[in-house]
Write a protein that binds this ligand. Structure first.
Ligand code: 3PG
Length: 402
């Protein structure tokens, strides 16, 4: 992979793919860590005298976090200390006209890449190269900089399409993540992954892969991931039945397969919202809406965490946006850091509870990754299109020149 050092960026137009995908509540950005993480790369590109055009996605179509990048741009301006321009367009005449007239030192943000329906389809590389997205924009730039490590597991045009048709280098976040996580890949055993959250398709795929390849010793589950497994086991999961049935029913057969492994652990109890009251309920008799893992689960997960040498936390364990259901995620982080293991925090949810931890404990974190799903993909050795495309770009445009 080529990096920023390998190219002369003076006076050059650079298309920079970052990942500013942030937690959103009522259209407001709740945590700016992902945006902050890319400041280093953007500053460097500006200092090197390039003209920078930024693209990122935010949320997924149909979800409440699927919003414009206007407010992300305002945050970028504040963090960078100069005006960053936003254009509410991606490949249309408005965006292309503005890109054409961009001056050195100017930074422009395009609209949410997923507003283009094409971007939402994961495709093989040959097809990505031929998308409208890539065709309309690539010739307007000298270089592509891939900095969106957190999305590198997606075979989408903005991530893996451009590097195939133009010289592409890795940005600083991409570089740091690959270096930081490579250290953990050969981490000491036993290793434990905690996996929670609501991205169930990714979770099932990765659990399967990790268990079959024996890359991890224990998998502890929380969040909707755990509820899907419990449902597959035939348990009644209270008010979570609806979401699993409506959105994730197709994953139940695969989830059932995973139940036969005795190193995948399920919660014994939950903290549930029962008609507005917070109650601890047993996994065997879930009432109301289960929103966090319960105290018994925390104790028994803690036993496994204590004996681990490498821990990866890919959360969250519950609905941490609600104060009443933050405890499980915070406790798991605390217990992990109190062990002697090398602890990796993966993804926005664990990053957003950092302030809930005492500074002494925070210091013990081995590595904090901006990636959520991407971390687990990387550690499991699954190919990551965003990294593979950068490597292919190196082969095609740089090799032999060095
Ligand atoms: C993430 O938050 O994991 C990345 O931004 C990728 O988002 P996605 O899972 O919607 O593709």
């Amino acid at each position: 992979i080529a990096t920023i050092e390998d190219v002369d960026l003076t006076n050059k137009k650079v298309l920079l793919r970052v990942d500013m995908n942030s937690p959103i509540k009522d259209n407001v950005i709740m945590d700016t860590s992902r945006i902050r993480s890319h400041i280093k790369t953007i500053k460097e590109l500006v200092e090197l005298g390039s003209k920078v055009v930024i693209m990122s996605h935010q949320g997924r179509p149909g979800e409440s976090d699927f919003i414009s990048l206007k407010s992300h741009t305002e945050i970028l301006s504040k963090l960078l200390g100069f005006n960053v321009e936003f254009v509410g367009d991606i490949i249309g005449p408005e965006a292309r006209k503005r890109i054409a007239t961009l001056e050195v030192g100017e930074v422009l943000v395009l609209e949410n890449t997923r507003f283009l329906s094409e971007e939402n389809i994961e495709m093989p590389f040959e097809q990505l190269m031929n998308t409208n997205f890539v065709k309309k924009l690539s010739h307007l730039f000298n270089y592509y900089v891939g900095d969106a490590f957190a999305s590198a597991h997606r075979s989408q045009a903005s991530i893996a399409g451009f590097p195939l048709v133009m010289p592409a280098v890795a940005g600083r976040v991409m570089e740091d993540e690959i270096k930081g996580l490579s250290k953990a890949i050969n981490g000491e055993r036993p290793s434990t992954l905690f996996i929670g959250g609501a991205k169930l398709k990714d979770a099932i795929k990765i659990m399967n892969h990790l268990i079959k390849t024996k890359k991890i010793d224990n998998i502890l589950t929380g969040g909707l991931v755990a509820l899907l497994l419990l449902k597959a086991k035939g348990y009644n999961i209270g008010k979570a039945e609806k979401i699993i049935e409506e959105k994730f029913a197709s994953l139940i057969p695969e989830a059932k397969e995973l139940l036969k492994y005795d190193n995948i652990f399920l919660p014994e109890d939950f903290v549930s919202d029962v008609d507005g009251n917070v109650e601890v309920v047993s996994s065997k008799e879930i009432k109301g809406s289960p929103k966090d893992i319960g105290p018994q689960t925390i104790d028994y997960y803690n036993e496994l965490l204590k004996n681990s040498k490498t821990i990866i936390l890919r959360g969250p364990a519950g609905v941490i946006e609600d104060e009443r259901f933050r405890n499980g995620t915070i406790k798991l982080a605390t217990e992990s850091l109190n062990s002697n293991a090398y602890v990796i925090f993966g993804g926005g949810h664990f990053i957003s509870i950092l302030n809930d931890l005492p500074p002494m404990l925070r210091k013990r974190i081995g590595y904090i990754s901006t990636g959520g799903g991407a971390v687990v993909y990387f550690l499991s050795g699954e190919p990551m299109p965003g990294i593979e495309a950068l490597a292919l770009s190196y082969e095609k445009f740089f090799k032999g020149l060095k």
